[in-house]
Design a protein around this ligand. Sequence first.
Ligand code: C6P
Length: 440
Amino acid sequence: MKTKNAQPAAKRSLGRKKKDIETTPGLLRLSPEKAAFDVGKIRKDFPILSQKVHGKPLVYLDNAATTQKPVAVLQALDRYYRETNSNIHRGLHLLSEKATEAYEGSRLKVQKFLNAADPREILFTRGATEGVNLVAQAWGRQNVKAGDEVLVTHMEHHSNIVPWQMLCEEKGATLKVVPINDAGELLLDELQRLLSSRTRILAVTQVSNALGTVNPIAEIIKMAHAKGAKVLVDGAQAVPHLAVDVQQMDCDFYVFSGHKIYGPTGIGVLYGKYRLLEEMPPYQGGGDMIASVTFEKTLYKKPPHKFEAGTPHIAGVIGLGAALDYVSECGLGAIAAHEQDLLAYGTRKLLGIPGLNLVGTSVHKAGVLSFTLGEIHPHDIGTILDRQGVAIRAGHHCAQPVMERFRIPATARASLGLYNTRDEIDVLAKAIRKVLEVFG
Ligand code: C6P
């Protein structure tokens, strides 16, 4: 995968020891560039991180659920409501013009961030979930018929399963599932076998939220296209960790959520190839998506406006633009290098804990450490860790088929963000050992 925005050579060392990075099998090797950034400085951009919980310094390791917001994003939201608040695309007055400019400016930022060919290919949604539903309903209803097949994988989040199930039920189509191996990697030969002339679309995650697996997405898309299938990529867990280039990967649709990339909740993005968007009917009807309305006939605007009915989450869009600016300034290459270092360090630390079993040991992984600890229920692990200031998630992570595949009810999951440190991994490991003590 291409790395864009790579930082120049490190100004300051993170104190990484070579052996820590290179001795853990099954992890991405850090590139020699290893662009380090100043994580101490970065942490100061996130006011929430300096608080204590239960009297202990907060160690926030629930970034796959949602990320914290830098001051730049908080200020963008505050500034919008204080100085520019107005509806967009409607008013002739100055505030409306400014709000429209900021909103459409964010669309350009997203276009650049994903390297989309055209800003009209960028639609704002409520999040990844709404993006998948939009494609399943608007594209799916038009293109999937009885006897057709929709392909998903065994590692999908419920958001990339249920909308397709609903479509298949409605249309009499069949949902097929690409299996995964014990490391949590997609079985590409099975994918090849399952793809056929009946396959209308493959819906696949770029990075698994429950396992951390990074899929070879360009290769997968090529395989699906060779059979004439379209591909929707769920990028919810990819965009915060990897540089994404939708033209290079050649996906037909790509979705992500703002809140997982240091932006506000309630805002997300759907990228779609313009020709496909043009052919799709609208998802919802209402204001701002029409060219003209009579009781006899309504004409729709062109994409993206055809798919943005009603007053959108204007502040959210502007906040998302600020978040993408922030991440781009940090440099996705530098973020990836930092997180891969933490992942390697954390993997080594956790594997040293008696009875700890890592769930998800793919060769290519992003910053997720999902684990079980003997017979101790992950909810108990989460509660004990919380008392020590460590925030993780425990449960099925909205990926019940993954739990079923590994024959476990749940995992405890520590997930990394750009502001996490090795010291925090040490606190995590210590807190897990405390769980062992409690359960004697
Ligand atoms: N995963 C997690 O803790 P929304 O809710 O629309 O912002 O994102 C849905 C979604 C879709 N795909 C993947 C791969 C995801 O991880 C998520 C959200 C969170 O893992 C909350 S369940």
